[in-house]
Design a protein. Structure first.
Length: 135
């Protein structure tokens, strides 16, 4: 059990980070790695702090059992940067941690992230399945 799988190789990840850094209207992009007391990586986040205003979370992931700690650490880091509040993207497994804290969750778009052990779920929901390796 671990991170959500991100379909990106090193070049794709570099492209994503570079594209986010180019969006200067949000300010500087911060890349954070959260390391547990045992030295093990437990989470990552990519966000724009936006001092004095609403910070934008681009990506937030955590190992199972560490969602609350990663959320708390991101909020502390954002507060140190002067961020008033955070909004943006997160793995749905953060919803319990969000609900346990004084926070508000608002769905501002029509996109949904689905996590399932059932590989056939997408086709049952009517998604077109595409093989990314097919030529």
């Amino acid at each position: 059990r671990g991170y959500v799988h991100i379909d990106a190789d090193a070049a794709g990840w570099t492209w994503l980070v570079d594209m986010c850094r180019a969006k200067t209207q949000f300010g500087p992009l911060f890349l954070l790695a959260f390391v547990g007391h045992d030295g093990r990586d437990v989470g990552v986040a990519m966000y724009y702090p936006n001092r004095g205003s609403l910070g934008q979370v681009v990506l937030m992931l955590a190992l199972d059992g560490h969602h609350g700690a990663v959320l708390d650490a991101l909020c502390r880091e954002a507060a140190r940067e002067g961020t008033a509040a955070l909004c943006g993207q997160a793995d749905p497994r953060f919803m319990l941690a969000l609900g346990e804290r004084a926070s508000v969750y608002v769905q501002r778009n029509e996109f949904v992230t689905v996590h399932s052990q059932d590989g056939a779920l997408g086709s049952r929901l009517g998604w077109r399945v595409v093989d990314p390796d097919a030529g």
